[in-house]
Design a protein around this ligand. Structure first.
Ligand code: PHE
Length: 449
C-alpha cells in the first residue's frame, strides 16, 4: 500500500476544506437562489438550515472520515455493525461517488463560463473584440471547449495528490477572493439602485409565506455549499491528522463557507438592482428573474462596465478568482471517485484521474448538448435530493450504527476535553434524531405534495 497523504497543518486543512466548500455554490448558486426565492426570506431559512442541519452533518463526515482513513465506501463498511448496515453503507458510498461525479459534470460547465469571462476582458484589451464576443455569448462550441479546458485543469491537479495538489492550490486563493469581494461590495454600495438590493436581501417580506420550494432549495443549497453527502468532506477528514480538534475545524469551515455566501449575496443582489437601474433587464413582467443560471453573468459585467477601464481589470481579476475557487471545489469532487479507484482497486492515481476525468467530461458535454433538459435536472437531482438524503444516511451512521464510545474516542484524539464541551452535549443526539427527522420531513413533503 502506498502511504496516505495527510494535510501538513491545521491551517492547510481549513484552507483545503474551505477551498472545497467555497466555490460556485457561494457566488453563483447562493445569490441566484436568494434572488429568485424572495431575498431575505431565503437568507433566513438558509442560515438556519446551514447551521442546524448542514454543520452537524459535516461533523459526522469529518469524524467518520478521520476514523476510517479511507473513502466513504470503506469508511461506512468499517463502522457498520452487521451485514445489513454493511450493504447500506456500501450503497451510500457508491451513490455518493456517482453524485459527486454528476455534480462535477454540471459544475465544469458553469466553471467553464467563469474561465470565458476571465479571458473575455483580456481579449478585449488585446483588440480581439470578436473573440471576446464569442467568449461571452452562450454557445454550444464555447461551452464544450471550456468544459474540456476546465476538466483538464482539474485532472492535472488531482494527479498530484493531497499535499502538492490540493493543499498548495487552496492556500493561495481564499485571501485574494475575500479581499476582492469586500472591495466590490464597498464599490457597489456607492451606486444608484444598490440600496433597493440591500433591502430585498436583508429585509424579510413577511407577507410572503415561506413555501416548501424555498425550504427545499435552501436545504439543497446548504448541503451543496458545504460539499456534503457525497464523501468529499469524509475524504478530506481522512487526511486530517489525529492531533487536530475536529469540532473546531468543522466550525471554521462552516463559518468561512457561509460567511462568503452571505457576502456574495451582499454583492450580487445590490448589483442586480444597479444593473436594472442602468437598463439591464433582470426581471420579467411577472417579477421573475429572466435567466437564473446566467444571472451573475449579466449582472456583474454590467457592474464592471460602470467602472470604465478599471472595470476591465477588475472583471478579469474577479473571474480568475472565481475560476480558481471553482477549481478548488472541482478537485474535491474528482477526488471522490479517484480515491475509491486508488484505494479499493489499486489503480494508479494519475491513471484513475485521467480515465474518470474523461468520463465525467463526456457526461458534461452531453449536458451541454441538451442544456435545456439536462442542466436544471442534474442540478436538482444531485443537490436538492441526493445530497440531503446522503447527508441523512451519514447522520444515521454516525448517530445509530457507529457505537457512541467509539465516536467519542475518535473526537477525543485531538480534543481530550470534548466530553465537557457543548458540542458533545448536543451533537450526538442531534445527529441521531433531529437531523434525520428534519431532512426526512422536508423530503416527504416534496414527495407527497
Ligand atoms: N461546495 C462546492 C461549492 O459551493 C460544491 C461541491 C459540492 C464541492 C459537492 C464538492 C462536493 O461550490
Amino acid at each position: 500500500m502506498t502511504a496516505r497523504g495527510e494535510f501538513s497543518s491545521k491551517f492547510g486543512f481549513i484552507l483545503a476544506a474551505s477551498g472545497s466548500a467555497v466555490g460556485l455554490g457561494n457566488i453563483w448558486g447562493f445569490p441566484t437562489q436568494a434572488a429568485s426565492n424572495g431575498g431575505a426570506a431565503f437568507l433566513l431559512v438558509y442560515l438556519v438550515l446551514a447551521f442546524c442541519l448542514a454543520y452537524p452533518a459535516l461533523m459526522a463526515e469529518l469524524i467518520i472520515g478521520r476514523h476510517a482513513k479511507s473513502n466513504a465506501v470503506n469508511a461506512l463498511r468499517l463502522i457498520s455493525n452487521n451485514r445489513f448496515s454493511y450493504y447500506i453503507g456500501s450503497l451510500t458510498g457508491f451513490i455518493g461517488i456517482i453524485t459527486a461525479s454528476l455534480i462535477l459534470s454540471f459544475y465544469a460547465l458553469v466553471a467553464g463560463w467563469m474561465v470565458c469571462y476571465f479571458l473575455a476582458p483580456l481579449a478585449e484589451l488585446a483588440g480581439f473584440q470578436s473573440v471576446a464576443d464569442w467568449l461571452t455569448e452562450f454557445g454550444l462550441y464555447r461551452n464544450i471547449v471550456f468544459i474540456l479546458v476546465f476538466m483538464l485543469l482539474t485532472v492535472a491537479i488531482i494527479s498530484g495528490g493531497v499535499k502538492d495538489g490540493i493543499e498548495k492550490w487552496s492556500t493561495r486563493l481564499m485571501p485574494a477572493l475575500l479581499g476582492l469581494l469586500f472591495l466590490l461590495i464597498a464599490y457597489v454600495m456607492t451606486l444608484d439602485g444598490a440600496m433597493e438590493g440591500v433591502k430585498a436581501y436583508l429585509w424579510p417580506d413577511f407577507s410572503r409565506a415561506v413555501d416548501l420550494k424555498l425550504i427545499v432549495s435552501a436545504m439543497g443549497q446548504a448541503f451543496f455549499s458545504l460539499s456534503l453527502g457525497v464523501g468529499t468532506m469524509l475524504i478530506y477528514g481522512s487526511y486530517i491528522s489525529q492531533k487536530e480538534n475536529l469540532s473546531y475545524l468543522g466550525r471554521m469551515v462552516t463559518f468561512v463557507d457561509i460567511g462568503i455566501a452571505v457576502m456574495a449575496g451582499m454583492l450580487i443582489l445590490p448589483a442586480m438592482y444597479v444593473a436594472q437601474h442602468n437598463g439591464v433587464e433582470i426581471f420579467d413582467a411577472a417579477g421573475r428573474l429572466i435567466s437564473e443560471d446566467t444571472l451573475i453573468f449579466a449582472v456583474l459585467p454590467a457592474l464592471f462596465d460602470t467602472m470604465g477601464v478599471t472595470g476591465i481589470f477588475i472583471s478579469a481579476a474577479f473571474f480568475i478568482l472565481m475560476s480558481i475557487a471553482a477549481l478548488t471545489s472541482s478537485i474535491s469532487m474528482l477526488e471522490v471517485p479517484v480515491a475509491y479507484a486508488v484505494e479499493n482497486h489499486a489503480i494508479d492515481r494519475k491513471r484513475a484521474a485521467q480515465v474518470i476525468g474523461l468520463l465525467i467530461a463526456l457526461i458534461s458535454v452531453t449536458i451541454a448538448f441538451n442544456f435545456n433538459t439536462l442542466f436544471g435536472l442534474t442540478i436538482s437531482a444531485t443537490t436538492r435530493f441526493a445530497q440531503p438524503l446522503l447527508g441523512l444516511m451519514l447522520c444515521v451512521f454516525a448517530g445509530w450504527i457507529w457505537q457512541r464510545n467509539k465516536v467519542l474516542a475518535e473526537i477525543k484524539a485531538g480534543y481530550p476535553k470534548v466530553e465537557q464541551s457543548l458540542f458533545w452535549k448536543i451533537w450526538p443526539s442531534y445527529v441521531r434524531y433531529v437531523c434525520p427527522v428534519a431532512i426526512l420531513t422536508v423530503m416527504a413533503q416534496v414527495v407527497f405534495s
